[in-house]
Design a protein around this ligand. Structure first.
Ligand code: SF4
Length: 374
């Protein structure tokens, strides 16, 4: 079995009570069967605590009114862990923030940026991320697993990450090349012309594609188009399952600041923010790291549904929306923004979108038939 992890994987250590948020609040944690059976066997003085904290009918941890796990104490530490030891944690709690994607003979393990500590590591990172593979004992076969498509997707992802990490090009050009590649691959996959996908990869890694992308962006959309599209796609976020109450407040605030602002038009905010970014932050590096994160995590999942284009678009959409949140916060702060605030918005976005399978599915579905004009 091949295990693949990002090179910062071992840098992560849970900072527990020093964490500015907690992973034990805001979403319903489903307990795996083995842990649930173990919890049923607990006796003695911890039994009433277990009965209070675990809903054995739904197989979940109970939560208080603020959606905090019943075992989370006032110091933001887990009482189950403290009293029953690390092994008592259920699979989800043991794994988090590790996110595992399973393919035949391959496990890809990423660290979710919904954890503030992981988001910090990624946002402070300056050098391009690489991925480490390690072969370990164990083989398996999946029923109906399309190994050929999977190998195409792996090759394509490698090329896409190479494009995203080409810092000689502006990030908008890199993004457009990735979307173009995904789009053209989708056409070939739908026509079952699988071998042609290699030509597509070659095309988008060549100089002609770069020249085309640069020219396209130079003559690209009128100002109103970019406002209309940004407003339209931002509104998708309201349709998602709400995990935390304060998320909706953030969305409304962002909407007022950017899209219904009577004092400053959207395009002017965008232009000024772009100037500020150039002078004040490593914005292109942050965008690159986030795009690589989303693309690496979700793109190969297309082996199960063939939705190559929607998965690449979803990566771009998520990063674009984070950028909109940064821009609104910058405006609210009277045109300043710290890396700490950017990181906070990154993990809050990830918590809302990535921690609900339903939300991920919905975003991907929306991305199928549009062309993101970032
Ligand atoms: S969110 Fe991350 S750092 Fe915070 S408690 Fe959970 S795993 Fe630890």
């Amino acid at each position: 079995m091949l295990y693949v992890v990002p090179d910062y994987y071992k840098e992560f250590h849970c900072i527990a009570d020093k964490c500015e948020d907690t992973c034990c609040a805001g979403w319903q944690i489903v307990i795996d069967k083995k842990s649930l059976a173990k919890y049923r066997r607990i006796r003695g003085k911890f039994l009433p605590v277990m009965l209070f904290g675990v809903n054995y009918f739904t197989g979940t941890f109970r939560q208080d009114k603020e959606k905090r796990c019943a075992f989370l104490n006032d110091e933001n530490l887990c009482d189950l862990y403290i009293c029953q030891g690390e092994k008592s944690l259920c699979k989800t709690c043991r794994q988090y923030p590790r996110h595992i994607e399973e393919f035949e003979g391959v496990r890809e393990i990423t660290l979710s940026i919904s954890c503030p500590e992981v988001a910090r590591i990624l946002m402070e990172r300056k050098t391009p991320v690489t991925f480490i593979s390690k072969e370990k004992d164990g083989e398996e076969e999946f029923e109906d697993f399309d190994l050929f498509l999977f190998s195409i997707l792996e090759d394509a992802r490698k090329e896409m990450i190479g494009i995203l990490q080409n810092r000689k090009l502006p990030i908008r050009v890199r993004t457009l090349l990735v979307l173009g590649m995904a789009h053209d691959m989708q056409v070939r996959i739908c026509r079952q012309e699988m071998f042609d996908c290699f030509e597509v990869m070659e095309k988008y890694t060549g100089q002609r594609a770069i020249d085309f992308a640069e020219k396209y962006l130079a003559r690209e959309s009128t100002q109103n188009q970019s406002f209309t599209m940004a407003k339209e796609v931002f509104e998708y976020l309201y349709d998602l399952e709400l995990l935390r109450e304060n998320w909706e407040v953030l969305l409304q605030e962002t909407e007022c600041l950017l899209y219904t602002n009577e004092k400053i038009p959207y395009e002017e905010i965008r232009r000024e923010f772009a100037e500020w970014e150039k002078a004040n932050s490593d914005i292109e590096i942050h965008l690159e790291q986030l795009l690589v994160y989303f693309l690496f995590t979700y793109f190969p999942g297309a082996v199960y549904d063939g939705e190559v284009y929607a998965k690449a678009q979803m990566a771009v959409y998520c990063v674009w929306m984070m950028h909109e949140l940064w821009m609104a916060r910058w405006l609210k702060n009277e045109k300043t923004l710290t890396l700490y605030e950017m990181t906070e918005l990154v993990y809050r976005f990830s918590r809302e979108v990535e921690h609900s399978d339903e939300n991920l599915k919905q975003v991907e579905k929306r991305m199928k038939n549009i062309w993101l004009n970032t």
